[in-house]
Write a protein that binds this ligand. Sequence first.
Ligand SMILES: [Mg+2]
Length: 134
Amino acid sequence: MNARKGMPRIKESDLQANIVEWMRYALPIDAYVHHSPNEGKRGPKARADLVRMGCLKGFPDLLILWNRKAYFLEVKAPGGTLTLEQRHLLESLDGLGYRTAVVNSIEIAEAYLRGWGIPLRSRPMPVREAANNG
Ligand SMILES: [Mg+2]
């Protein structure tokens, strides 16, 4: 159940997909947005393979590259909480001077990007009520 009354429930993966869909046309044309697929349930072999290939546990969901800078967004569904690894990595990146944020809506993602001075080309579309919300 969503902690915030009146808000439609949304899965983190759907929220992230919405944010990425919007960013693909809102970010400057010379910006990149990338997702490191390190979430989800995997077996020990698949997990070990990811780490062997360079995957960092707790790495933020979205990496944005623009104007020779890196920005990191960790997406959480409303009410979602950071894992210990996510918290440590975000704090570490923050300490190194990178811009990091935890976002639980497309509007909050927009606010951070604007606050960081990234010139956005559009606003997010208003969120539609889910047709099947129960
Ligand atoms: Mg996440």
